[in-house]
Ligand binder design. Structure first.
Ligand SMILES: Nc1ncnc2c1ncn2[C@@H]1O[C@H](COP(=O)(O)OP(=O)(O)OP(=O)(O)O)[C@@H](O)[C@H]1O
Ligand SMILES: [Mg+2]
Length: 843
């Protein structure tokens, strides 16, 4: 990490915005100077806050970062641009602070925030994200960073005078030696686990080797945990016990065989005695059974005799039953005839309905015809009235035209006379009457028609006459037709008569039903009626005949009773016959069984007599049983011992093998663990050894400057005193004083000497870190104060040493208000302290 640019605003003693361009100091050493309390150390704090979001908590708090000098408008923030592994980063952070509201009165709290811009331009926002990313990038945490990049005011000599364990902690995190500690831990764990397994298996073996009835020599071997000897001993013992066990087994088997054969004889005799007893009792009960069966047979025989005595009466009754059966059949025939008659009656009713339907339908048809006639009559009447009307009109027209013609004819003739009279001359004879005197000659009328007009009118009069005749004839014809239709209608009306009224047949039904022919249905009805009457006749004739035999119910009852009685008689007869057969069978069976049992009984008796000759008593069996028990116990005890030894041997051998393997593994792992855990010539743990190696290198690097700075008087060494590795105080520093030729503790150095030693140590550490592969690249070092304790020669030595150190790849910033330093170091940042807040003077 190498800072390039820092901007702080309203930060600590700084009221406004202040910037430092570190790129100008890339060449090496620079000085930050200014009076006490001006804000020099604040520059570091701002830089570390920018990187880690933390301030040196022991001294300052994050809440006090905002400058009390700042105006309400100023924001508090820090911007740091830096390079790391040749890549450029920019981080901006705002601490949490309270400021006045931009609008209105009152205050508001600005939350802590951070933004990190990565080399590829990616932006990470948010405090935790930025912290996480920067820790990953820089590889070290805040405390480690402060340790190696700042020789901070007050904490300056901490690394030098720190306890060995604290120093070890710093190195551990810087050089990541935890991994060695982890390896060390793992080896220890593995070794402990193996050891515990070996112990466990040893305990198991000891447990497995425990036997009942142990030999004292064996017990000693076992307690000594000499398992090889234990196994050899057990192998011999096992063979011996096994031999004894097989002998005991044979002995026990022979005894048992003897016992079994005697027991069999004893049991057989016992069984036979029990069987003969059972058979005797069975024979007794069979004999009783036979007696009972015979008694039953006698009873049946008597009952059969009783039945036989009733035989004649029964034959007579059977005859009567025959007669009754016939009557019964006839009664059944009557029933059939009644059914036939009933069916015929029903058929007749159905046919009556069909016939009525036909009659109704015929009436409906006639009604339709009457209606049609009425319609026809109405139609002719209307036509006649119309013709009559036309006739009258034609008559009027005819008369009118005739009158006109007559008038016109008169006028025409009058005109002809006037024309003739016009030429009359007195004294000359009239061509009509011959008179020569003409007292009143006819004049010529003024409106007389001419001939053509007269002819036309004549024509009209003739046409009107013709029309009149036509209508007259039509009227006469229609009158005749109307009268005929009326006569027809009246006749049909008279023929129709009243509408039939049948129960159960409506007009609608008659209309919608299928068409029936009246004639056909009436014929059919006549046939059915005949059938019904015939059935009725047959039925009556039958009834009359039956009535002569008696009342049907009584006859039926008699028939039933007699049938029942005869049936019972027959069934009793059959039952007795069957029972007799059954009894005979049972009797024969019982007899056979009795014979068999008697035979068996004799047989058992004979066998028992034979067995009794062997003479086996229950006492003999008891004695033998006791002997068997004893030999069996012996055998079992030996078997247990054999099994125990066999099991112990098997388990011990298996565990021995396992143990040998474990011991083999532990041989290697244990050595490694001992070596790593400090159980070695150096009395160092693995991690301490690594740390010491680093420490030696650090001291070596530190001494190059330290010797020079102290004019060759002092050199730092690690304390070689061999102490207990577990105390972990192997990073103690001693100084060799070449003036005295003796080593002493570093704590005995003066203030100025301590400053030099601490400075050299910090620089040495920084060198080793930089050089170690994969180490941390920190390319800036700040040395905050301490120079005041040096005399001018020492100051000269320290500055020249720092000058040598600084260069292109490392910036060293000295913070001091010592005036000599200001004269010696050209590159500087001056902090001015005013009562309105501090400011950084522009270079
Ligand atoms: N929030 C704040 N507002 C204003 N001034 C503050 C604030 N916090 C701290 N200060 C002042 O800032 C100064 C601290 O600055 P700093 O420690 O950087 O001084 P310095 O230059 O290192 O002094 P020295 O030479 O004594 O070490 C002190 O005077 C302190 O009182
Ligand atoms: Mg200071």
């Amino acid at each position: 990490m190498k800072p390039l640019f820092l901007e702080i605003s309203a930060w600590g003693p700084y009221a406004g915005k202040n910037q430092i361009d570190f790129s100008k100091f890339q060449g090496g050493l620079f000085l930050i100077t200014g009076p006490t309390g001006s804000g020099k150390t604040t520059i570091f704090d701002a830089l570390t806050y920018a990187l880690y979001g933390e301030v040196s908590g022991s001294v300052r708090t994050k809440e006090s970062l905002r400058s009390d000098f700042a105006s309400q408008k100023e924001d508090t923030y820090v911007i740091l641009e830096f390079t790391h592994r040749n890549e450029k980063y920019r981080v901006e952070r705002h601490p949490k602070y309270r400021r006045a509201k931009r609008k209105g009165s009152g205050t508001t709290v600005k939350k802590e925030d951070a933004v990190l811009t990565l080399p590829d331009g990616t932006v990470k926002a948010g405090t935790s994200k930025v912290n996480e990313e920067l820790s990953r990038i820089l590889s070290i945490d805040y405390d480690q960073f402060r340790q190696i990049s700042m020789l901070a005011q007050g904490e300056f000599q901490r690394l030098l005078t720190a306890k060995s364990s604290d120093r070890a902690e710093v190195f551990r995190s810087i050089f990541h030696t935890q991994i060695y500690k982890k390896i060390q831990g793992l080896a220890g764990e593995k070794a402990r686990a193996l050891l515990s397994e070996i112990r466990e298996i040893t305990n198991q073996m000891e447990e497995a080797a425990k036997l009942s009835g142990e030999d004292p020599a064996y017990e000693e071997m076992r307690e000594k945990k000499d398992f090889s000897a234990v196994i050899t001993f057990l192998e011999d013992d096992y063979k011996e016990k096994k031999q004894l066990a097989s002998e005991a087994f044979l002995n026990s088997r022979n005894k048992r065989e003897e016992f079994d054969s005697k027991k069999q004889i004893f049991e057989q005799a016992k069984k036979l005695s029990a069987e003969t007893e059972t058979l005797a009792s069975k024979i007794c009960s069979l004999e009783e059974e036979l007696g009972e069966l015979k008694q039953k047979r006698e009873n049946i025989r008597k009952k059969k005799q009783d039945l036989y005595s009733l035989r004649d009466v029964m034959d007579h009754k059977k005859e009567r039953l025959g007669v009754l059966k016939e009557i019964n059949e006839q009664l059944e025939r009557l029933g059939q005839l009644e059914t036939e008659y009933e069916e015929a009656s029903q058929e007749e009713s159905r046919q009556i309905r069909r016939t009525r339907m036909a009659v109704y339908q015929e009436w409906l048809e006639a009604e339709g015809e009457a209606k049609a006639s009425s319609e026809k009559f109405k139609c002719f009447s209307e036509e006649f009235e119309q013709a009559e009307c036309e006739y009258r009109r034609a008559d009027d027209l005819r008369k009118e035209e005739q009158d006109i013609y007559m008038e016109m004819q008169s006028a025409y003739y009058a005109c002809s006379i006037g024309i003739l009279a016009k030429d009359l001359r007195e004294g000359k004879p009239c061509p009509v009457c011959g008179s020569t005197i003409h007292p009143k000659p006819a004049g010529i009328p003024s409106e007389a028609p001419d001939r053509e007009q007269l002819e036309a009118q004549k024509d009209r009069a003739e046409k009107a006459e013709e029309l009149f005749r036509k209508w007259y004839e039509k009227m006469l014809k229609l009158k005749e037709q109307k009268n005929t239709a009326q006569t027809e209608w009246k006749r049909k009306q008279e023929e129709l008569g009243e509408e039939p009224e049948y129960e159960g047949i409506t007009r609608e039904e008659a209309c919608s039903a299928e068409k029936f022919s009246r004639q056909k249905e009436e014929n059919c009805l006549a046939d059915i009626r005949e059938q019904r009457m015939k059935a009725e006749g047959r039925m009556r004739a039958f009834r009359e005949q039956l009535e002569s035999w008696g009342r049907a119910e009584e006859l039926k009852e008699e028939h039933l009773a007699l049938s029942k009685e005869l049936e019972e008689y027959d069934s009793e007869n059959d039952r007795l016959t069957a029972e007799n057969i059954e009894l005979e069978t049972a009797l024969s069976k019982t007899r056979t069984l009795l014979e068999e049992r008697r035979g068996e009984f004799e047989e058992r008796k004979k066998q028992r007599a034979e067995l009794e000759q062997e003479k086996v008593s229950s006492g003999d069996l008891e004695n033998l049983e006791g002997e068997i028990k004893k030999t069996e116990e012996e055998r079992e005890q030996l078997a247990v011992l054999v099994h125990q030894r066999q099991r112990a041997l098997c388990s011990l051998k298996e565990k021995q093998k396992k143990k040998e393997k474990l011991e083999e593994s532990y041989g290697i792992v244990g050595d490694v663990d001992r070596l790593l855990s400090g159980n070695n010539a150096l009395r160092l743990t693995f991690e301490q050894f690594i740390l010491i190696t680093y420490f030696r290198d650090i001291l070596k690097a530190a001494n190059i400057r330290f010797v020079k700075m102290t004019g060759g008087r002092y050199e730092m060494f690690r304390s070689e005193t061999v102490t207990d590795a577990r105390k972990k105080d192997n990073l103690e520093i001693e100084v060799m004083d070449y003036y005295t030729g003796k080593r002493r503790s570093v704590k005995t150095l003066s203030g100025g000497e301590s400053f030099k030693a601490a400075l050299c140590l910090a620089l040495g550490l920084s060198d080793i870190v930089r050089n170690s592969a994969g180490g941390i690249q920190i390319e800036v070092l700040f040395v905050d104060e301490g120079f005041g304790s040096l005399d001018s020669e020492s100051l000269e030595q320290a500055v020249s040493c720092l000058q040598e150190l600084s260069g292109k790849n490392r910036m060293i910033g000295i913070i001091s208000h010592v005036p000599e330093l200001s004269e010696r170091i050209e590159e500087k940042i001056t902090v001015r302290k005013k009562n309105m807040g501090s400011s950084i003077e522009k270079l």
